[in-house]
Structures are given as C-alpha cells and as structure tokens.
Design a binder for this molecule. Structure first.
Ligand SMILES: [Zn+2]
Length: 523
C-alpha cells in the first residue's frame, strides 16, 4: 500500500504523469540526476573528512551507481507490484513497456489542467468570459482550475455522474459514478468547494444567490475528442448545497446497434422488427440497466431508412441526427402523454417514448402501434413477463397487447473485470467439482484484484446482457386468451419461454469477463 501511496503522490504532479513512458521531460530528468551526481562529487572533493586517496574512487562509484540505485529501487517496486497483482514479474514488465500500467489518472488535487478541457455555458461563453480574463489570473484561478479538473477527470474516468455533497460543516466530497458505482474521488474543504459549486452554477445559468431551492441548468465542455454536455441539478441540504451533474453520453459510438452486445440471433429479431412499418419494441430493466442506450441504438439504426422519427424523452440524453426530440417538462405541462398526442398529429413513422410510466402513456403508445406506427419504448420491470404484467396492471387489455407488442427485451449491465489485473479465480475443490459435474470448464473463470487502472475495484467498463423475447403469433395465441389474468400470462409465459438473463450472464463468467458475485448483484 505504501508504494501505491508514494506513486499516487508522484502522479499528482502533472509533469510526472506516467513516469516511465517515453517523454523528453524524463530524459531531462535523468540528465539532471547525472548533474546532481557531479555536484555531490564536486563538493566531496573539498570535504576535509574524506581522505584524498579514496576520493577518485568514490566519485566514480557515485556517478556510475546512482542511476543503478534508481533502477534498482524501481525493479524492487515492479517485483512487489507484480506480487500484489498476482502476476509474473515478466507480465508486469510488459505492462510497463506498453505504458498501460503507468497511465496514471490525475487526481483532483488542485493541480492545473492545462488546456485539456474548456468549460462553456449554453450560449457558448467560456469560463474566462463569464468571470473576465484578468480575474482568472488572480484570486479565482485555482477555483476554476479545480472545476475544470473535476470535469476533466470525470470524462477521463468515463463517469456517468459527478456528485458534490457537503458531508459535514467543514467538508465536501466529490464523488463519481463509474460503471454504476459511486467512488469518492476527493474531499475538499468547504470554502473551496462552495466556490467551485458557485462557479459551476454560474456556468450552468443558475442563480448563485439562491442556495435552498432546487435549480436545474446545463453546461458543456470542449475537450480533445469533441464536446460533452452536462446537466446540473442543485438542492439545498443540511450542511450546504449539493450538486448532481449528469454527463449526457459524450460517446456516440455507443449507439451502434451492432455494438451494444446483442447476440447474432437477437440482433436479427430486433432489426427485422425495426424494418417493419408498425409494431412495438419494449426495453425493460431497472434504473441504470442501459435502456436508453438500447433505444438510442435502435433509433440510430432506423435513421438509415429515412423515416419520420419523433421521440419524447425525460431528459434528452443525447442529440440524435435527423430525429425530432421533445423533452418532457412537467413544469411547462409537457408530459409524456401530452407530447405523444401532439406527435401523432405530426404524421410520424416511428415514435420513441422514453419511458412508459402511467396508464395514459401506455394506452397512447399501444394505440399508436396499432394504427400503423413503429413504437419504441422502455418500461421499469425485472423481466419480460413482468413487463406484460405491468402493462396489464396499467389497464392494457390482453387483446391490445397481442396486436401491439412485437418484442420485449430485458437487459442488465454487469461490471467487466479489469483486463490489467484480473487473475484466475481460486475456486474451492467443492465449487470446481460442482461446476465440472455440470460439464462446465472452469479454466477461464477469473476473479478481480484491483490496480491503479481500475481504482482498486478490479472492474473496468460494463457488459450488457439481454433476454430478447419475440412475441410471435403462436405465443400470442397461447398467452393472450380472453379474460386471462396478468398472473396467468406470466405463469404460462415463463413455462413456455424460460427467462434467459442469468444464463446469458453466466456465459460471460465462464469466459472470464465478469464474476459470479457481479451476476448475483445485478440479475
Ligand atoms: Zn485493474
């Protein structure tokens, strides 16, 4: 742990990021080291305590060996880090050579950000313009840099949210949600953090003087690979004011239907339905299971067919090309149901309803599907058949479901094991025997370790798992008989088509991509 702290400390000094990846600065560092040796030997020359005849030898020794001591210490560190990560020293060296190990993340220690990220408000004004150029140089420069560093780190870590909360009367924490899990990134003293909160509020177009009432706002950040948008919400709490910042999907590659993790068969079921003129696809899962990503991927896929696509969302998470996106705004009385009624007068071919939450929305969506529109939507439910139960509870008649619904897909996101530190799982003899008796090969099963790259969690990134259910005519006839109850549909359905989420997830465990614990947690 000590070594890690030491290296962590070095990593916070910007120019030492990735100490052993080639960089001209590091050559300068070694030359400086060499000169330091010369200076030391030079001063030894004049030292009265050193007998003259040894001086020459001592000079040679210190010049030759100082760099070796340096590399020796480094070798010892590599050896211990390899032990800690349970990999061979050779593998550790390869990691270092590829630069993957010393790709240090920057910490929010108030270091300067350089020009890696530029924060701008919704009208395109930069931080400097809002605060005035010269002010930046003096008193608030550190605050603005800290705000930039937080945003930069958030993008770098691919976090989905930034939470800034007062935890006591003197301290605030800055936390990131990474792969669905909250991680404390930094504790900041109240004075500094209140200033950071204020600067972000100003940037987001909020009233800085208002500290109690909840406010909403937004800002953007220009960075190396594009522009990311952020949605900000503030709220007054006991010890001050908290800020929740949601990153609105900076990465558009996400919305490629072929890359979201559907298997070949499932992908075909979905694309076949997307090419139809009418019908309905529902994505299901708890909050944070990637439903919006699936909807966006499907919308992006249809886009190529040049159809009139309109979507109602709460909120719009990412602007999509050639698609009219309407945002739900309850304050302005734009609800899902009201927006949907409006949309239907616009002669759409495809309608996306961000989420079905109430009876009215459910009814309109079903009717739209039945009147020649392709409808995509999401529902908060645990499985395919519980989605049907949910819709029936919302007052949708079985006959309506039978004619409107084509595909229900349940989904979850499981955390992916970090490739840099995962290691072969140590299973007990009993576990191994049990798995092998079921014909399962346990060779590839891995377990998490934790390293600098994954913030010591052992996981980095996520994998989506799906259970795609196509409701064909035969199945519909069996399920949606006259007067059937919701409970009965579920029972019948799960007898005919077994839920597959767990099975899909297990495949990833057996291939060493995730773990049993992760699946237990999520599915
Ligand atoms: Zn790792």
């Amino acid at each position: 742990m000590l070594e890690q702290n030491l290296w962590g400390a070095i990593a916070t000094v910007p120019q030492f990021d990735g100490l052993f990846v080639f960089n001209p600065l590091r050559v300068v560092f070694l030359i400086a080291w060499f000169y330091l040796c010369l200076i030391i030997t030079g001063s030894m020359e004049d030292s009265p305590i050193m007998p003259k005849r040894y001086k020459q030898w001592l000079n040679i020794i210190s010049i030759v060996f100082a760099p070796f001591v340096f590399f020796g210490l480094y070798a010892i560190y590599i050896y211990y880090e390899a032990q800690r990560q349970q990999i061979t020293t050779w593998e550790m060296l390869k990691k270092v050579a590829s630069g993957s190990f010393f790709g240090f993340k920057r910490h929010i220690a108030g270091n300067s950000t350089g020009n890696s990220v530029e924060l701008i408000d919704m009208s395109g004004k930069s931080f400097d313009e809002i605060y005035g150029g010269d002010k930046r140089k003096d008193d608030i420069s550190g605050i603005l840099s800290l705000a930039e560093t937080i945003v930069w780190d958030c993008l770098n870590e691919q976090a989905s949210d930034i939470l800034i909360d007062p935890v006591s009367s003197e301290k605030y924490t800055v936390r990131f949600r990474i792969d669905g899990q909250l991680r404390v990134m930094q504790e900041v003293d109240k004075g500094t953090c209140v200033a950071v909160v204020n600067s972000l509020k100003a940037l987001s177009g909020m009233d800085i003087a208002e500290r109690r009432k909840a406010q909403d706002g937004a800002f953007s950040a220009r960075h190396d690979s594009g522009v990311a948008s952020f949605r900000v919400a503030s709220a007054g709490v006991v010890n001050g004011e908290k800020l929740s910042i949601r990153v609105l999907s900076p990465n558009t590659d996400l919305y490629d239907l072929e890359k979201i993790g559907l298997s070949g068969k499932d992908l075909k079921k979905v694309t076949d339905t997307l090419s139809k003129q009418h019908g309905m696809i529902l994505t299901c899962g708890p909050t944070g299971s990637g439903k919006t990503t699936s909807l966006y991927a499907m919308l992006s896929h249809i886009n190529a067919y040049e159809r009139n696509i309109i979507s109602v969302e709460d909120p719009v998470e990412h602007p999509l090309e050639n698609i009219s996106q309407i945002e739900v705004n309850t304050k302005a009385d734009v609800t899902f149901a009201k927006a949907l009624r409006g949309i239907l007068r616009q002669d759409p071919d495809v309608i996306c309803v961000g989420e079905i939450r109430d009876e009215e929305t459910a009814q309109i969506a079903m009717q739209a599907s039945n009147t020649g529109h392709l409808v995509l939507s999401s529902l908060h439910s645990n499985s395919n058949f519980s989605a049907i139960v949910r819709l029936m509870d919302l007052g949708i008649k079985p006959i309506m479901l039978a004619s409107a619904l084509d595909i229900i897909m349940s989904q979850r996101l499981v955390r992916r094991l970090c490739d840099d530190c995962k290691t072969k799982a140590s299973l007990s003899q009993e576990q191994t025997a049990k798995l092998e008796s079921r014909g399962i090969n346990t060779d590839k099963i891995m377990q998490p370790v934790g390293c600098v790259r994954c913030g010591d969690t052992g996981y980095r990134g996520r994998i989506a798992i799906y259970d795609v259910l196509k409701l064909d005519t035969e199945l519909k006839q069996k399920l949606f008989t006259d007067g059937v109850t919701a409970g009965k549909v579920r029972q019948l359905g799960e007898n005919i088509v077994k839920p597959r989420l767990r099975k899909q997830a297990m495949k990833h465990v057996l291939n060493g991509l995730t773990t049993f614990n992760e699946i237990k947690r999520v599915v």
